[in-house]
Write a protein that binds this ligand. Structure first.
Ligand code: ZN
Length: 203
């Protein structure tokens, strides 16, 4: 399976990193070796001094598809989850400046945290899902999928133009503002609405 991550999909997060608003979705991949799940602890890798959390709503692909139209996109995902796109921000800044690919900053082991998934039927409107991230009991990120620049149907349509979506693939749909550094000993808890989706420690 593959993990497709959307970059620059919330205006206030684009502003905090001083990036430009994209004309079409920006995406990159993480390998399956990046997955961290079941609330296992995250170990900060030794090659970076600045790992940032980015809480994101996840969509799991439930049907094989290519060149999917926006109209039919809802047939291709069946579950919604919450996760973290861990990012070595110091390395990413360096790579961005040099115009190099981002994998060292984005695709490392344990950089794709997968929390729980919920069936799509549980949501009245997937384009209005509130979510939040708590660090050591304090809210650090709050978002709502209604603020996405490109909604999930547009993301499915766009990404499937370039690569076949397969059952089990996961889309990380972008992070809202409030990203920040993790330290050893931090506890991270993610919520969709009132429902806890993950709860793990940084080591
Ligand atoms: Zn992200």
């Amino acid at each position: 399976m593959k993990i497709i991550c959307i970059g620059r999909n919330y205006a206030k997060h684009i502003a905090e990193l001083k990036n430009d608003v994209p004309q079409e979705p920006v995406f990159f991949l993480k390998p399956d070796s990046a997955i961290l799940q079941k609330n296992k602890p995250f170990y900060i890798p030794d090659f970076t001094n600045e790992v940032h959390y980015e809480v994101e709503v996840l969509f799991r692909i439930g049907r094989l598809g290519k060149n999917i139209s926006t109209k039919f996109a809802p047939r291709y995902y069946a579950e919604v989850g919450l996760g973290i796109d861990f990012t070595a921000r110091d390395i990413q800044q360096d790579l961005k400046q040099k115009g190099l690919p981002w994998e060292k900053a984005k695709a490392f082991d344990s950089s794709a945290v997968l929390g729980a998934f919920l069936p799509i039927e549980q949501f009245e409107d997937i384009n209005s899902i509130p979510f939040s991230l708590y660090k050591n009991g304090e809210v650090v990120q709050e978002g709502n999928t209604k603020d996405m620049i490109f909604n999930i149907d547009q993301l499915v349509a766009h990404t499937s133009k370039y690569m076949t979506l397969k059952i089990g693939d996961i889309i990380f749909s972008g992070t809202p503002e409030g990203v920040g550094k993790v330290e050893i000993g931090d506890r991270l808890q993610g919520y969709i609405g009132e429902q806890i989706m993950f709860d793990f420690m940084v080591k």
